[in-house]
Design a protein around this ligand. Structure first.
Ligand SMILES: C[S@@+](CC[C@H](N)C(=O)[O-])C[C@H]1O[C@@H](n2cnc3c(N)ncnc32)[C@H](O)[C@@H]1O
Length: 225
């Protein structure tokens, strides 16, 4: 029952989708709790976004995924759950403590053979990769998104899907006076995506409850031509 005295369109919309479409999942719940216990920052995607990544992986019929920015592997586990039995995820994280916690969460989820964590700076690890991937989820250092996508294109095939998180920042990318620091990089990044002749792209807006206020962020979705 919704308490209308404390109405938040973001909070209640997310809660409604969760209650309606997302049954309790012990492995994902463990990943969040264990990450919290080990003091990882609470900056993973939420459950509704996780289900969106899961659906996009299924729609793409992806068998191989590259993720940048593992944290505690919450998004990684969502992605891996959508794969067929022989599917693989490679995920890159530069903080060793986070990677160690992510490995515990992956092992607990029974996905040890599906997910490989590569510990290191994404821009140092990426040049070492040569295999192609069906889907990319980019959620690491926002200022390096253009370089990440350049690598993703190199590691793609026609039809590969590239998804990047946090590309709207509550309008921060649109307003000149907000367009400072990484907002400026993200604004540049969105223009880069739109103008990239190798890609067809758009942004899916996502409403989030952040510190009890409504906040609109978004994921860019690109298909490699
Ligand atoms: C927003 S969190 C990722 C959340 C995760 N995708 C999820 O939803 O569960 C961003 C992660 O990227 C990692 N990261 C940031 N810059 C990085 C870099 N240059 N190379 C590798 N990892 C990086 C951070 O340490 C952090 O764990």
């Amino acid at each position: 029952m919704i308490d209308k005295s404390n109405w938040s369109i973001s909070k209640h919309t997310n809660q409604y989708i969760e209650d309606t479409f997302l049954p309790f999942d012990e492995a994902l719940d463990f990943a969040l709790n264990n990450s919290k216990k080990q003091n990882l920052p609470p900056i993973s995607i939420n459950a509704v976004e996780g289900k969106l990544l899961y659906m996009l992986t299924k729609l793409k019929d992806a068998k191989s995924i590259l993720e940048l920015g593992t944290l505690g592997a919450y998004s990684t586990i969502w992605l891996a759950k959508a794969l067929p039995k022989d599917g693989k995820v490679v995920t890159i994280e530069h903080i060793e403590e986070y990677a160690a916690c992510a490995q515990e969460n992956i092992d607990h989820a029974g996905l040890t053979d599906t997910i490989t964590i590569k510990t290191g700076d994404a821009l140092k690890v990426l040049p070492q990769l040569n295999e192609t991937f069906d889907l990319f989820f980019i959620d690491a250092h926002k200022e390096e998104y253009i370089e990440y996508v350049e690598h993703a294109i190199r590691l793609s095939h026609p039809g590969s899907v590239i998804i990047c998180d946090n590309v709207l920042r509550n309008g921060g990318v649109m307003q000149e006076h907000f367009a400072k620091d990484y907002f400026e990089h993200l604004a540049k990044f969105n223009k880069y995506l739109a103008g990239n002749p190798r890609l067809e792209s758009t942004i899916l807006p996502i409403t989030l409850p952040l510190k009890d206020r409504d906040y609109v962020d978004g994921m860019s979705i690109s298909v490699v031509k």
